[in-house]
Write a protein that binds this ligand. Sequence first.
Ligand code: HAM
Length: 428
Amino acid sequence: MIETVEGTFDVLPARFVKPNRVYQQIERWHLVESAAREAFRRYGIEEIRTPIIEKLELFERGVGTETDVNKEMFTFETREGSERIALRPESTASVVRAYIQNGLFNHTGLTKLYYIGAQFRHERPQKGRYRQFAQLGVEIIGQSDSPAIEAEVFEMLTWFFKELGISDTQLLLNSVGDEKCRPNFIAKLKESLKDKLPHLCGNCHRRYETNPLRVLDCKVESCQPYLNQLPRLTDMLCEECDAHFKELCAMLDERAIAYRITPRLVRGLDYYTKTAFEIVGGGKLGSQNTIVGGGRYDGLSEILGGPPTKGFGFASGIERILISLPDDSVARAKESPALFIAYLGDAARKHSFALARRLREEGVSVVVDLEGRKLKKALALADNLGANYALIIGDNEIQSQSYTLRDMQKSAQKTCSEAEIIAILKKD
Ligand code: HAM
């Protein structure tokens, strides 16, 4: 038996899925994807689809070579050996590449794009962390770096989580400065880290050399007392970054959006400037509890060979959203058939298929027993499929053109004409 690759999984109708694997329930995926598309529609954000494979160099330049994301990439060479390819580990670099390559900068106004799709990272799989996972994300690219862009995105995310019934989230907010103030901060940080290094973990040591900002992000318990004494990014921002951050906070206050300033929040990708944020979820998630991550990336277009352009965006791990959904979400997203038709005999079979066709044309979802089961087994199947109603068709029904419609939940029956059946099923 050949099974799925480690860290990947199938998504199936909920009735085939083990109860603790809610991220494999297709009904939940549909619920989240449609709420996301509705949120994007309301905020005037348009869809973009980029390839799953990109040139490796895009991510080496885009996300930075000393980042975890870069080290976790799935890569291969083309058969000719002439090109190094990566399965995309994230989509921001791809979207900015598409923005440049398709000349979107020639059009007026901000470019507001969203994507929903698979990403690949060679991480150690655990709950909420997979090697193929899906993100839904937004990138807002253009000439403005007004914090109104961030504020509107946070407002949209607030609506999105409310719509899904996910209430236990928290917005963690920080500014990581820009090329004017960050080098200063890093110098101060290294200075302050020197005498603390002997007390810090191996990962901190490594990051001290390769990517000192990321030391702030260490989660190891024994490092915390030392890391808490380090200088704070928000105390050392240049005038421009400081004004941006304060204005953003004021706009969030105006919209009554709660946030927590988190001075040690630095993200695992190199392209961020100014705003960096995460939204963390509640207890259902366990240790992998970051549902959304994002920030501003005002230099990324230039890094990728495009014109000077500003950007802000986020991506959210869909599996983590699915794990966070309320327990009744599958029931709310019910996709089972409205009607199951069972029949007795040849004439009834023909009649059933014709009736089903007419009902489907009216927009009703109908399953006819294609395998000619005996009545009892057919009704058991209807129950199994979660059909709302069942019809049993025999010679009498064909002659009288009236049917016994059985309400599967209430186990009640009612004699109806075809028109009445359509009216009842459409109402449901
Ligand atoms: P990221 O923080 O690497 O940011 O990923 C964003 C979200 O993707 C995470 O918060 C998490 O929910 C989900 N995620 C990441 N890795 C995994 C995994 N192995 N399994 C399951 N879920 C995962 C980015 O990707 C940036 N491109 C976000 C961004 C957009 N910044 C600006 N624009």
